[in-house]
Design a protein around this ligand. Structure first.
Ligand SMILES: Nc1ncnc2c1ncn2[C@@H]1O[C@H](COP(=O)(O)OP(=O)(O)O)[C@@H](O)[C@H]1O
Ligand SMILES: Nc1ccn([C@@H]2O[C@H](COP(=O)(O)O)[C@@H](O)[C@H]2O)c(=O)n1
Length: 526
């Protein structure tokens, strides 16, 4: 039995290790560590939702937590910047048929981040004292639809499907009750929902894009259940048998077996059926491709050749600006000079961006006692957010010109095999929705990373018109993409170059700005 428990634990930790993931991208690291440690201690009592997976982020996140450490979240929107609904897989089957095992195998075989597992067990109702007494005597019917809190389950699944944050109860099978804490989960690219009555409610059924029924022999289910309930759920043999004969078996016959008609796929033998799992995974991959989570390739060639948008503000050219560009574009410029001239250009671009902020007329007294009518910036709250790494090079200039400005950071990196941007880390000023945000990235090529960063800000309720994206150099297609997808975002740059290479570099460009500035080795997209 210990072996069984360890097996489950190993699955969980292998998921975790392989993808270095976690849970919600807005969960502080310490919480994640505690959460994992807690899971290791409480495998037997926890509900099965979520933590098996390579998880999940709210599309971004109206969470109070502002730090994320994830395996890298790929785009959760399409090339038009619109949020794409996750693919929901419903798994139904008798108790101990292997629903969780099948779900885990699908997650492993999918081998992609941002898959969330939601278990129906999390939605068992809170029992009255009398019902609790019945449960202790194995006389409460946990296999009847009335045992489940559909009023909580349906909106929870709905919110997850919309890519929003939810707090899911943690169920304890030993005490027959909910833990005092809940588990925060976020939307994902794939959501797996499993439970004995997963197909019972028509609204839940309608939310499932794919319905799987795990069909395992009744004797096998009973044998597994006996083992599990005694070893993991603190039950006695007689009690398990009594519950099985009086409630589990009749409910299976009455509610669960007839639900098989709703299934798209019936999986005999559960987790052992590798062919079925391969077919399911293949279908999910096809569906995800259709949904269009791949954005960068599309963006690279988007909108080129059209007039530059009115939301773009180009730093007025002068011999001085051209001179600075000449230094930083020259591949032979040594690093110290590259940094020096970049800093000068960054300062000019930042000052120019500030000139676009709202100003109001004010009158001051000069030392001569004469009035002077001037201007004062009327934006009350301004913050900077840098897209790491290259955007970090612009932070100092913002701090130099905006006293006490708060700086947030978003780490987006390109996945070297998919070429897609992935969100790795996020730390934003508190109440960022009330700020005018200067979003900084040294260069913008396809606009894919900028688009991800803007989506993050929007999902934190920053109004689109309060975002300025500031960059030294942008490719024309990047400018067009941002302007098309987010027409109210102001785009500020000192130059627009016409092309993008097949490795997504701006042409003629500067090369990899971050590598040249920080003196690091380039990493190439394969
Ligand atoms: N193919 C299998 N062979 C042996 N044991 C299995 C198999 N599938 C599941 N189990 C065990 O049976 C128990 C119930 O499996 P689980 O996947 O949790 O079922 P469900 O989610 O349907 O209740 C667990 O203890 C699990 O380890
Ligand atoms: N307090 C509880 C709650 C539920 N059960 C049984 O769990 C079964 C569902 O979980 P699976 O992992 O087997 O799908 C269900 O059949 C309930 O009888 C319980 O025993 N005690």
């Amino acid at each position: 039995m210990k072996g069984l428990r360890n097996r489950k634990r190993n699955i969980e930790s292998s998921q975790v290790m392989r993808r270095k993931v976690f849970l919600d991208p807005y969960l502080p690291l310490i919480t994640i560590v505690n959460h994992l440690a807690r899971r290791q201690r409480t495998t037997s009592i926890s509900s099965k939702s979520a933590a098996l997976t390579s998880q999940s982020s709210e599309s971004v996140l109206r969470s109070n937590h502002r730090t994320i450490y994830t395996a890298g979240r790929p785009p959760w929107y399409n090339s038009a910047g619109q949020q794409v609904q996750p693919f929901v897989i419903g798994i139904c089957g008798g108790s101990a048929s292997g629903k969780t095992t099948v779900a885990t195998k699908i997650i492993e075989a999918l081998d992609m981040p941002w898959v969330t597992l939601l278990s129906m067990d999390s939605f068992y109702k809170v029992l009255t004292p009398e019902q609790h007494e019945q449960a202790l005597a194995n006389e409460y019917n946990f296999d009847h639809p009335d045992a489940f809190d559909f009023d909580l389950l349906i909106p929870t699944l709905q919110r997850l499907k919309e890519g929003r944050k939810v707090d899911v109860p943690i169920y304890n099978f030993v005490s027959h009750g909910r833990e005092s804490k809940t588990k925060t989960m976020y939307g994902a690219n794939v959501i797996i929902f499993e439970g004995i009555l997963a197909f019972y409610n028509p609204e839940v059924l309608a939310m499932c894009d794919m319905k799987i029924f795990v069909d395992t022999d009744a004797d096998v289910r009973l044998a597994r259940r006996l083992k599990r309930d005694i070893c993991e759920r603190g039950r006695e043999l007689e009690g398990v048998l009594k519950q099985y004969i009086t409630m589990v078996k009749p409910s299976f016959q009455h509610y669960i077996a007839p639900a098989m008609v709703h299934a798209d796929i019936i999986v005999p033998r559960g987790g052992d059926n590798t062919v079925a799992i391969e077919l399911i995974v293949h279908h999910v991959h096809t569906q995800l491709t259709k949904r269009g989570f791949k954005v960068r390739e599309k963006l690279a060639s988007a909108f080129v050749g059209q007039p530059l948008p009115s939301s773009m503000y180009l730093l007025p050219t002068s011999p001085q600006v051209s001179g600075l560009h000449t230094f930083i574009r020259n591949k032979d410029t040594p690093r110290d000079e590259f940094v020096f001239y970049s800093k000068r250009l960054i300062r000019l671009v930042i000052e120019y961006a500030l000139s676009l902020l709202p100003f109001e007329e004010v009158m001051v007294d000069t030392p001569q006692g004469v009035n002077y009518i001037g201007k004062r910036c009327s934006a009350e709250r301004i913050c900077g957010v840098s897209i790491l790494r290259a955007g970090e090079t612009m932070e100092q200039a913002v701090c130099d010109v905006c006293k006490d400005i708060r700086i947030g950071k978003i780490l987006i990196q390109t996945n070297l095999s998919t070429g897609e941007p992935e969100l790795y880390y996020l730390r934003l000023p508190k109440d960022i929705k009330d700020y005018l945000v200067i979003l900084m990235d040294a260069t913008v090529a396809t606009g894919a990373a900028a688009m991800m960063a803007i989506r993050v800000l929007l999902d934190h309720d920053v109004p689109e018109e309060n975002i300025l994206i500031v960059s030294l150099l942008m490719a024309e297609s990047g400018v067009q993409t941002i302007a098309y997808v987010f027409p109210q975002v102001r785009i500020v740059t000192s130059a627009v170059d016409p092309e993008i290479s097949d490795k997504f570099y701006v042409l003629p460009g500067i090369g990899n700005f971050g590598d040249r500035y920080f003196g690091t080795e380039p990493a190439e997209v394969s």
